[in-house]
Design a protein around this ligand. Structure first.
Ligand SMILES: Cc1cc2nc3c(=O)[nH]c(=O)nc-3n(C[C@H](O)[C@H](O)[C@H](O)COP(=O)(O)O)c2cc1C
Length: 269
């Protein structure tokens, strides 16, 4: 029997919902990152469907300032895995989709029409393209999961953006925002708890709750149970989160992102 949205909600928040969530939410609530895959190949039609979902996402001013590269060659996957901080699941994935913030197409259109494209030089344009690529990727993720595939995003591709750009032959004005490993899950996987909605949702204006610390401590407890069930570190989530953002060194090379982006053609004015 399939898992109900109520059960998925309970797993996500540690408490049952106070209402009945619609059945259509089940696939979304069931998301978990998948890092081990069966060797089964992924049909081209599945990729086409995922791309149609991706291209159906909203896109700022319909500019569609993104592209995606499907990587399947094992040696290239291994090189990208190394660049992403030796992530073995990247080397093993049947498919890696690399989502690009891509202004190169509009630059080419401008050059061919002999029209200026100076707007691309602003931080706003970079932000727009990253948002567009991200919305597209998440739509694809939902489409792939609906077809029984598993995914995991790979932000590690930003550790060395220029080497990734070279590996993928990216033109100027093009940046790999993240990768996405895709494959049929080798095991069911576990749903990771999230912070309570009370810490995320504000009404009308931002308000820091008096019980924020207590709620985070409670989430630490739920995450501790999840991690020990998974046989992983029992360090509290809050300590892991603080450690992850403690200083420049913790960013595993990404503290140099601005300089790398400039060399990739983004002026970020
Ligand atoms: C933009 C982005 C980048 C990520 N980068 C990585 C990564 O490089 N390697 C990895 O194993 N997981 C990566 N993840 C997956 C997160 O760790 C995961 O989504 C988070 O721990 C929540 O777990 P869940 O997806 O199973 O619910 C990334 C997720 C996002 C959204």
């Amino acid at each position: 029997m399939s898992v109900t949205p109520e059960q998925l909600w309970q797993t996500r928040y540690g408490l049952p919902p106070e209402h009945t969530p619609p059945a259509a939410l089940a696939a979304l609530l069931a998301h978990r990152s998948v890092r081990a895959y069966r060797s089964a190949p992924i049909a081209a039609t599945i990729v086409a469907d995922a791309l149609a979902a991706a291209q159906s996402a909203s896109t700022s001013s319909n500019l569609q300032a993104w592209s995606v590269i499907a990587v399947r060659e094992r040696e290239r996957l291994q090189r990208l895995a190394a660049l992403a901080g030796d992530q073995e699941h990247v080397a093993q994935a049947p498919l890696l989709l690399v989502w690009l913030a891509d202004w190169s197409r509009l630059r080419r259109m401008g050059a061919s029409a002999q029209q200026p494209t100076d707007g691309i030089d602003y931080l706003e344009a970079y932000t727009l393209a990253v948002i567009d690529a991200t919305l597209a990727a998440q739509n694809a993720a939902i489409a792939l999961e609906a077809q029984g595939l598993g995914i995991v995003y790979i932000g590690g591709l930003r550790n060395q953006p220029e080497a990734v750009a070279e590996e993928l032959a990216l033109p100027s004005d093009c940046f790999a925002v993240f990768g996405m490993c895709v494959g049929y899950p080798a095991s069911a996987g576990d749903i990771k708890p999230r912070l309570p909605q009370s810490l995320i949702l504000h009404q009308e204006q931002y308000q820091v709750r008096a019980d924020e610390g207590a709620q985070i401590a409670d989430y630490d407890q739920r995450m501790r149970a999840f991690q020990s069930y998974q046989g992983r570190s029992d360090r509290p989530w809050s300590s892991i989160a603080l450690h992850r953002m403690r200083d420049a060194a913790a960013l595993t090379g990404r503290h140099l992102l601005r300089q790398a982006l400039t060399r990739l053609g983004f002026r970020l004015l």
